[in-house]
Structure formats: C-alpha cells, structure tokens
Design a protein around this ligand. Structure first.
Ligand code: FAD
Ligand code: EGU
Length: 503
C-alpha cells in the first residue's frame, strides 16, 4: 500500500504543481510550458523582476539549475533598441563580478570586450600625470560597456530552453501571500503572473521592495548625497585614444572630482562628480569652459571646447542614492538582490560587482541547503546583509573622505603609503581597496581587518615616535656641547614669537 503510494507520488505532485503559471490578462490565458518532458522532474518557477545587469545574470544562474525562469523587464529589449538610455556608460569590473560571471561561463566573453586598467592615472591641476598601480602585474580591473554586458547576459540567459524573457512588462504590484504579480504593458493592458519564487532585481527604486516596506520589522534607510554626476565623452584624436587607455584616470579636486574610463571605440567616458548646487551655478557654455579652465584645464583640448559646451547641457546632473535594508526576503516567496537590496554610491566601483556576488552567494547557499527556499532565503539574508551593508558604508565613507580633503597630492601620498606598508609587511597589511577589489574576502571582514590594521599602524607610529623621543633625548644627554649651538637664546626666541603674532 505504502509502496503504491510512493510510486504514484510523482504523479500526484505533478498534478499539484502543473498549473504553476496563471496568466490572467485581458484575455485570460494559462501557460503550458509545464508539459512533462520524458518524465523529467518538474521544476519550480522563478520570476526574475528586472532585466538589468543583476537580473540578467541571475536568470542564467537559475536557468543553469534547471528552474523555469521568466524575466520581466520594464524597458523594451535593449538588443533591439536604437537608443539606450540609462545610467553610466561604462563600469569597472573587478574580481567579485568576474567570479560570478565565471560561474555561468561568461567570464571570457565579457573580459575579451573589456579594457584592462592596471593603474590609476592621477591628473594634477598643473597637468602632471602620475600613475599608481593597482597591484602586481596580473592585478587589474576592467572597463566594460554597460549596454554590451547587459545584452550579452540577456542573450546567454536566452540560450537556456527553460528561460523566457518578457520585455515591456512593468511590475505594478504583487502579493507576498500568493506570489501573484501584476504587470503593466505599454498598450495599457495588465497581466497577472504567479511564481514560486520572485527575485527582485529591479534596481535602486525597486517596485518589489515596496511590499517589504509595508511589513513589520523591515529595516530601511536611504540617503541621497549632495553630489550629482554628469557624463562627458572624450573623442579619439587621430583615431587613437586621447589619453593612455589602460588606466582609470582621476582628477581629484576635493569637492569636485572627475573620473574617466576607456571604451572600445577609443573614446573615454568622463564622469564629473560635483555638488548639485555647483552644477546649477553653471548656466552658459562660457561658464562651463571657465569652470574647466579652473579645475580640469588639461581636459579642455581633449574633450573639445564646442563638445564640452554641448555635452554639459545635454542631460541634467544625475542623483546618487545609497539604500540599505534588511531582511532581503519574505518567507520562501521573494528575495531582493543587486541595487534593489543595496544601492551604493559609486565611490568604490563596487555596485555591480556586489550585485553579481549576491547571485554567487545565493548560488552557494542553494547548494548547501538543497534548493529549499524556506531555508535558503533566511540564510541568504543572514549571510549577505552584513556584507552588503559593509560595502554601502565603505562607499559612503570614501565619498565623504574624497570630497573632504582629497586633492591629487593627498591621493598619491595615501596610495603610496598603503602600497609601501603592504610591501614591508605583506602578510600583515593589505590595502583595503585590494581586499575589496581583488579578493572575495567578505566585505564585512575586509572592514574588520582594515580597522585592525589601522590599529597596528597607529601602534607602530606611536612606538616609532616614542623611540625617536627617547633616542633623541639619549643623544642630547650624551653629547650636550652640540646642543647649545642648536638652542635659540631666550631673547631671540622672544623676537620670533612676536613676529609670529604680529599680522
Ligand atoms: P539596474 O542596473 O538598475 O537594473 C534594474 C532593471 O530593472 C532595469 O533594467 C530596470 O528597467 C528594471 N526595472 C525597474 N523597475 C522595474 C519594474 N517595476 N518592473 C520591471 N522591471 C523594472 N558598479 C560597479 O561595479 N563598477 C562601477 O564602476 C560602477 N560605476 C558606477 C557609476 C555610476 C555613475 C553609477 C550611478 C553606478 C555605478 N555602478 C558601478 C553601480 C552599478 O551601476 C549598479 O550597481 C548596477 O547597475 C546594479 O544592477 P541592477 O541590475 O541591480 O540594477
Ligand atoms: C567611480 C565612478 C579611485 C567608476 C575610489 C579609486 C568609480 C569608478 C577608488 C565610476 C577613486 C575612487 C576603486 C577601484 C573604482 C581607486 C577603489 C570608482 C570605478 C578606493 C564609471 N574605485 N571606481 N577606490 O582606488 O577601490 O582607484 O563611474 F577615484 S575602481 Cl572614488 Cl579599484
């Protein structure tokens, strides 16, 4: 009897799960992708909301596991679109992002279209350029094109027979109780779709997250920084890059900063970071040139006076927001990843990298806990939230640090100090950016280690200073005749003090 029951269990389960999708659109329809294929076990349905960088990568991860994946994206298919509007043109891809891409077999394809950046190039006000390597020879980051990366990931997701991409599907609302989602189409119609798991990858202004906000014990904070950003294109000169290509170019100017990353078409995308109020002060083309003449004079001939005057007014400065929240899940129904879970300010070049690593961490937990959503989701929040919060804090910290007192001299000095200490004590001191950029050290552990290292460095400095004072005193006592020459007579000292005080 029991045996009979066990034998028929698959069939029973099958009939229960058969109608996993209920599409109730203007014309009600039910998807029937669930036909049994040669008795293959039925997989649950995962809806990935948002077909941006993290959503497209996540689709690959879930498809690889054999889930039935559907991606829902507001925009039209960017592979067919003529003009792609959206945030930043290129991004710095580093180790964490690469490891995630590698897991779905996409690393080679993406890096082959990336431009390695082995060092920063610091531009001083007087036009001097100073390279500061990121690390050893093999340590570099890559400048990748956002649109291309997104397209490649969507195409890769689509190669799995168990994936379906739905464009022109804007999530309006969803129910945490039933998992029923409502999408708006551009023709004014609505569609309702149900899934076993909803993965919210819909960016910093996530519509999925809205349901989280209505629940008790959900922590949420968002901060807009006073800076905005604007992208300017530096064209090639005589068919060649206008500056050295394999660098991340930086113009640190305290409250203002510009960064430039190379593109495959031999242009650079320059991103100007500046307080909104300063952006608003500049209202004419001549004022733009005047401003650049004062702070970024070396870039004027490279971008071009006319282009600069045009580019600056093409789009208003864009805002940057930092979002932290927890938990990342609701029951066994829904989980947030990428910017939807943690938007970070771009001052560590880690937003996408962290989002890609989210997918990889989720994947690792799926392995550990046998794809049981009811345990995987809480575990994911437990493991991942402290790390995402740590990178959000770090990026914000770096923003505050850079705008407070980082000019080119300070930037060069600090990076050299970091590198020298690392060279002297490679086992004890690893620069923070190295742990963040070139390892998969958990972000929160990198921060802990950084604090610990700073303590060691400060103790070392205190120790050296004490040693210097003691050693100096010893020498003075040992050879007193020498000192009388160094000492300033009392009356002379008085003159000096008076001089100091008189304006
Ligand atoms: P998004 O890229 O925002 O994608 C979200 C997707 O969801 C979009 O396609 C959107 O259309 C869709 N969507 C939104 N709402 C809905 C809805 N209601 N229904 C359906 N679909 C919806 N990161 C780095 O790692 N390195 C860098 O160098 C770097 N530089 C940056 C520079 C700047 C100026 C900025 C602003 C960010 C930078 N970032 C960088 C961060 C990076 O851009 C983001 O972390 C990354 O894009 C997050 O990807 P995402 O898929 O989570 O979100
Ligand atoms: C900002 C905007 C230099 C792309 C942080 C470094 C960034 C990027 C740095 C943008 C900086 C700042 C680091 C990388 C990277 C540096 C880093 C910042 C890429 C601490 C497209 N930042 N960015 N730190 O060390 O670790 O070179 O828009 F100016 S890559 Cl702000 Cl490594």
């Amino acid at each position: 009897m029991l045996l009979l029951f066990l034998k028929s269990l698959p069939t029973i389960l099958l009939s229960i799960t058969r109608n996993w999708t209920v599409r109730v659109s203007d014309h009600q329809r039910t998807l029937s992708t669930m036909e049994e294929k040669n008795g293959r076990s039925i997989k649950r349905k995962v809806a990935v909301v948002g077909g941006g960088l993290v959503g497209a990568l996540n689709a690959c991860f879930f498809a690889k596991r054999g889930f039935d994946v559907e991606v829902f994206e507001t925009r039209e298919d960017i592979r067919k679109a003529k003009v792609v509007k959206g945030r930043s043109i290129n991004l710095a891809l580093s180790h964490r992002g690469r490891q995630a891409l590698k897991h779905v077999g996409m690393e080679e394809k993406i890096i082959s279209k990336g431009i390695p950046m082995h060092a920063r190039m610091i531009h001083s006000l007087n036009g001097k350029q100073s390279p500061i390597p990121y690390g050893r020879k093999g340590q570099f980051i890559l400048s990748v094109d956002r649109a291309n990366l997104n397209k490649e990931l969507l195409t890769e997701a689509e190669t799995y027979p168990n994936t379906k991409l739905n464009f022109d599907h804007k999530l309006q609302d969803w129910s945490a109780e039933t998992g029923l989602m409502t999408f708006a189409r551009s023709d004014g119609s609505n569609e309702q779709i149900k899934a076993d798991l909803i993965v919210g990858c819909d960016g910093a202004f996530s519509a999925i997250r809205k349901q989280f906000l209505r629940r008790s014990r959900f922590n949420y904070s968002q901060t807009y920084i006073p800076h905005g950003y604007m992208e300017l294109t530096m064209p090639p000169i005589n068919g060649e890059f206008a500056m050295k290509p394999n660098y991340l170019h930086i113009w640190p100017r305290n409250t203002f900063m510009m960064i430039a990353l190379p593109n495959l078409d031999k242009t650079f995308t320059c991103t100007l970071f500046m307080p909104f109020e300063d952006f608003e002060k500049i209202t004419t083309g001549d004022e733009v040139i005047e401003f650049f003449q004062k702070y970024f004079p070396d870039t004027i001939p490279l971008i071009g006076v006319d282009a600069l005057k045009m580019d600056y007014f093409r789009l208003p400065a864009q805002a940057m927001v930092s979002v932290k929240c927890s938990p990342y899940h609701i029951g066994d129904k829904c989980v947030l990843m990428g910017d939807a879970a943690h938007a970070v300010v771009p001052f560590y070049g880690q937003g996408m990298n962290a989002g890609f690593e989210d997918c990889l961490v989720f994947e690792e937990i799926m392995d550990q806990l046998n794809e049981d959503f009811s345990t995987v989701l809480p575990e994911y929040t437990r493991v991942r939230a402290p790390d995402d919060h740590a990178i959000a804090d770090l990026a914000m910290y770096n923003y505050i640090e850079m705008r407070a007192h980082v000019n080119s001299k300070w930037f060069i000095f600090r990076k050299h100090v970091d590198n020298i200490l690392h060279f002297l004590m490679p086992k004890t001191i690893t620069p923070l950016y190295t742990m963040v950029t070139f390892t998969r050290t958990r972000y929160h552990e990198a921060v802990d280690r950084w604090h610990w290292q700073n303590k060691v460095i400060n103790r070392g400095l205190l120790f050296s200073a004490t040693g210097a004072v003691l050693g100096g005193s010893y020498l003075l006592i040992k050879s007193p005749p020498e000192i009388t020459k160094l000492m300033v007579p009392a009356e002379k000292m008085w003159d000096r003090l008076v001089l100091l005080w008189t304006p």
